[in-house]
Ligand binder design. Structure first.
Ligand code: FES
Length: 286
């Protein structure tokens, strides 16, 4: 009879070491083709509230999904048909990063069309937590699953790319400052994203007679933002190209890669509306 272990193949250990809990670094991670090796740099270890290691994305550009899969088995064919590969270690006591490397052709997982992709990490085998375990400990947990013909239930974590909006911030001419560019997640608060990227702006939040001090002028991509609330629309009703950073959010439906261009402090040089010497307002388009 074929044992489960015979269909779990190990490959050489990669040099990438999983490090113990790190502070969230804002770095860009370019993951390569969907192979275990290409996806491995996208994972990092942290600890949960109980102190146990858990896997999270190494970069803000990715998030993870948890997916449950069930691999059917028979007494004649009890194996899973899943290839595993280990990348680096946490420490001697706590294992490392073990990822799905592929499915065995003709194996149970492949035959059943189970949703497992290279780079997925098995975090639960049945009811046993296997998150951040090394190859041997992961295989031991798989071997301890209820015997075939019971199906093997696995919970995996999968890295998925977060859709982003490209942001460009322009400054008043007199500041002689270079544009700032960064990426924003859908649903993000405009003010929070600006502050996170060290773009300061005046505020009047504690002033009940708010003077729109945090306003920006939208030069491109107005549709990338959620439409203004009734209150915000009322506050900027004379300035159709303004948005208030304390209230505006990136739309949850914004397309990945769409662009938003804003200019800070439109109140300093109101390029929208200038008064002529006779006190009449003239609107300029840009
Ligand atoms: S801080 Fe006053 S309107 Fe935004």
């Amino acid at each position: 009879m074929q044992s489960a272990a015979t269909v779990l193949a190990a490959f050489a250990l990669a040099a990438t070491a999983l490090t113990p809990p790190q502070r969230a670094l804002r770095r860009q991670t370019r993951l390569h083709a969907r192979t275990a090796e290409g996806m491995a740099p996208g994972w990092k270890a942290t600890t949960d509230e109980t102190g146990a290691y858990e896997l999270i994305p190494a970069s803000y550009e990715y998030q993870y999904q948890e997916i449950f899969v069930e691999i059917p088995r028979t007494a004649e064919s009890p194996g899973l048909g899943v290839l595993l590969e280990q990348f680096g270690t946490l420490d001697a006591a706590n294992g490392g990063l073990t990822l799905v490397a592929g499915l065995v052709e003709g194996g149970n997982a492949a035959n059943a069309g189970v949703d497992l992709l290279p780079g997925d990490s098995i975090v639960k085998a049945g009811t046993t937590r296997v998150e951040c375990l090394d190859y041997d400990a992961t295989v031991d947990a798989l071997m301890a699953l209820p015997p075939a013909p019971a199906p093997a239930g696995l919970m995996v974590k999968r890295l998925v790319k977060v859709p982003f909006v490209n942001m460009r911030v322009m400054f008043p001419r007199e500041e002689n400052r270079k544009d700032v560019t960064f990426k924003m997640r859908r649903g993000a608060s405009l003010r929070a994203e600006l502050l996170r990227n060290r773009v300061e702006m005046p505020t009047c939040c504690e002033d009940m007679n708010c003077l729109c001090n945090c306003a920006v002028q939208v030069r491109k991509g107005a549709a990338v933002l959620e439409p203004p609330s009734t209150q915000e629309a009322q506050m900027i009703k004379k300035e159709p190209y303004w948005r208030l950073t304390c209230r505006a959010c990136v739309s949850r439906d914004a397309e990945d890669g769409s662009e938003l261009v804003i200019r800070m402090r439109p109140d300093l040089e109101n390029v929208m509306r200038r008064k002529n010497p006779f006190g009449m307002e003239t609107t300029f388009k840009f």
